[in-house]
Design a protein around this ligand. Sequence first.
Ligand code: TYD
Length: 221
Amino acid sequence: MPDTPGLFISFEGIDGAGKSTHIEAIQRALEATGREVLCTREPGGTPLAEHIREMVLHTTMDPLSEVLLVFAARRDHLLHCIAPALRRGAVVLCDRFSDASFAYQSAGRGCPWEVLQTLEAWVMGAAGAPADAGGHPHPMPHTTLWFDLPPSVAAQRLALARVPDRFESQPQAFFEQVAQGYARRCVEDPRRFVRINADQPAEVVRRDVLQAMALRGYLPA
Ligand code: TYD
């Protein structure tokens, strides 16, 4: 698989883990080094994928329909947003990616892990659906920052937050399963994952995040 001139970083964690706040700090720090930074999100990031996001977050459906929709959104997002940005050398900061499907649709909602592995291989182009005319598959994120927070703490945070969507209104037991899904993905691909302890004051988490970025060589030490 050819590497790209760009850098692909995804951000994961259960709802309430606080990842969105820290993406902004990373964006500013990377832009200060002179790099182009593209912030995007999943499901979403293209007009088609944003339509799918609305459906997935606000319509009741069975887990397999849900998983097919999130991977359809991902394919469009990869082809029309992420891959072109990586080819021109940008840093792509993606608020959730494939790991979220394993955590929410498989660990959380019970869709078989193997079904998702098959879909992931298809969508990433490793199974005969290439990303470009050269027949190359997409790269997985170079790094995934996983904001790990006990579901009980996340539940307290969410109770104070805005009107919940379909996932945010799930009971704590659901998020216990989702958290286990993230832990499994981390074990399966430990070099890609950086675990951030999100159960700390925001400024401490922010320091840890920037330190992790520097350790990976993405920001000056
Ligand atoms: P989130 O990333 O928390 O965005 P916001 O901060 O705007 O609410 O919300 C996206 C929701 O979508 C989140 O609850 C997890 C869910 N999701 C899945 O269930 N599967 C997926 O593959 C992705 C990318 C997200």
